[in-house]
Design a binder for this molecule. Structure first.
Ligand SMILES: NC(=O)c1ccc[n+]([C@@H]2O[C@H](COP(=O)([O-])OP(=O)(O)OC[C@H]3O[C@@H](n4cnc5c(N)ncnc54)[C@H](O)[C@@H]3O)[C@@H](O)[C@H]2O)c1
Length: 437
């Protein structure tokens, strides 16, 4: 929404949320999300074309186009628990629009949703229409956290799905016109509603599948003496495969991949396609395997015990350049080590202590985890270092100084293959990473 406000000076964008503290943060100097380049954009158009408010009713009344962008987490209760998307927030938004709107609206699904959700939204709106007309569009978001501003500024494509009726096509055109302010028209794809909804789930499933594929190969590399970066490069030079997303790691995280694949799996089961469901579920299983395999490797390398040892964790966000920790691999690796009674000291450049403690379900008086202000403090007197996020600043650390402050033998486990292992070994580290025999 900030990018639309930034690019479309003749439109006014109001972001509303029921969470007062989030809106307060969006209106303050300290934005609630760390995302490179976002501060400048928000601060440049806030109060001019971009507004943040908790007055949901007024915003609905005044809008021509309403984007529903609320969370769609995995359901934790009832039918489909653990797999289906929880659509209660979406339904509440639809009911609110039906209750408050005074004239015709275009309602856009921006959240990632199961296929055919637009039908439910349409039925709720139409059952309460009182003569007003609603057009539902699907406009899934393909940005990646960490590079969101660049992705929005120059998207590979914008996807807009809608009814293929004259009214539906007119609504699609209205949204095309918004994006066409800065996105080349040939990069704006228009489809029917169901193709658009499914494309978002399928795109995330394909992306996650590539990570699980290279991670599966990384386990075989370790067993055989192959080198996963060399294998990744060799297969990525095939133009049919391409080089991106072929880096082995401790596993993918983030709020979307797992949730969206589980959602896809649930849809497949719902539509009587168990083989298709099992195929995609394998992507999640491989990711779980990779996270736990890494933790097991750490424990077995450290003489089969980490009990009472100090383990320094560098990085807690699910990837660099974000403060988002949802489903971060770091959570799983730390929990496995805590189960083995390790003491963990964590440093992440952007994730606050309270967030880390909440993610690890720690009691207030639990002293097994310390959150540090820098990497040198976290690694002092440690028995091992684990790299769990590929923050650039970790590459510039003085590893000689770090090594000399640690317990010997000083282990280093690079879950992102970020560092130069030969240089670390020359310093004296017992260094290992992912996917090297
Ligand atoms: N985070 C991403 O990078 C990303 C990328 C693509 C798609 N998506 C999709 O976008 C959606 C939102 O993701 P997110 O990461 O921003 O989630 P989030 O949980 O960070 O934010 C959702 C916000 O919606 C608000 N909200 C909930 N119910 C509301 C209501 N009834 N009225 C007004 N506000 C309400 C919440 O208070 C919260 O601030 C999800 O469907 C997600 O899959 C996210």
């Amino acid at each position: 929404m900030a990018m639309i406000a930034h690019k479309c000076k003749d439109h006014s964008v109001t972001v509303v949320d029921i969470n007062q503290s989030r809106i307060d943060a969006w209106n303050s100097d300290e934005l609630p999300i760390f995302e490179p380049g976002l501060d400048e954009i928000v601060k440049g158009c806030r109060g001019k074309t971009l507004f943040f408010s908790t007055d949901v009713d007024t915003a609905i009344r005044e809008a021509d186009i309403i984007f529903i962008s609320v969370n769609t987490p995995t359901k934790t209760y009832g039918v489909g628990a653990g797999r289906a998307a929880d659509l209660r927030y979406i339904e509440k938004c639809a009911r609110k629009i039906a209750q408050v709107a005074e004239d015709d609206k275009i309602v856009v699904e921006k959240s990632t949703l199961p296929v055919r959700t637009a039908e439910s939204i349409k039925r709720i709106l139409e059952a309460n229409s009182n003569g007003r007309k609603f057009q539902i569009l699907s406009n899934p978001e393909f940005l990646a956290e960490g590079t969101a501003v660049a992705d929005l500024e120059n998207p590979d494509r914008v996807l807009i799905g809608g009814d293929q009726t004259p009214e539906g096509l007119a609504a699609i055109q209205a949204l095309v016109d918004v994006y066409a302010t800065w996105v080349p028209r040939e990069n704006i794809l228009t489809t029917n509603l169901w193709s658009s909804e499914l494309s978002k789930l399928a795109a995330n499933a394909f992306l996650a599948q590539r990570i699980s594929s290279i991670n599966a190969i990384s386990a075989l590399c370790e067993a055989t003496g192959a080198h996963v970066d060399e294998v990744g490069h060799a297969i990525g030079t095939d133009s049919r495969i391409g080089p991106k997303f072929l880096k082995a790691s401790v596993g993918f995280g983030g709020s979307c991949f797992q949730k969206d694949i589980l959602n896809l799996v649930y849809l497949c089961e719902h539509f009587g396609l168990p083989e298709v469901a099992a195929y995609w579920n394998g992507v999640i299983e491989m990711n779980d395997y990779q996270k736990h395999r890494f933790a097991r490797h750490i424990i077995s390398t450290m003489f089969n015990t980490v009990s009472d040892k100090k383990i320094a964790v560098l990085g807690f966000a699910f990837k660099k350049d974000t403060n988002d920790t949802r489903e971060s691999a770091a959570i799983y690796v730390c929990k496995d080590l805590l189960d083995e009674q390790a003491n963990i000291s964590i440093y992440d450049p952007k994730v606050p202590e309270a967030q880390i403690r909440r993610d690890l379900d720690l009691a207030e008086d639990d002293s097994s985890v310390t959150v540090c202000a820098d990497a040198y403090e976290a690694t002092k007197d440690a028995h091992a270092i684990i790299i769990l996020t590929e923050w650039d600043e970790f590459k510039a650390l003085d590893f000689k100084k770090i090594h000399d402050s640690m317990n010997m033998p000083a282990f280093l486990f690079d879950g992102r293959n970020l560092l130069d292992r030969a240089a670390l070994r020359a310093i004296g580290f017992e260094a290992s990473g992912i996917g090297r025999g």
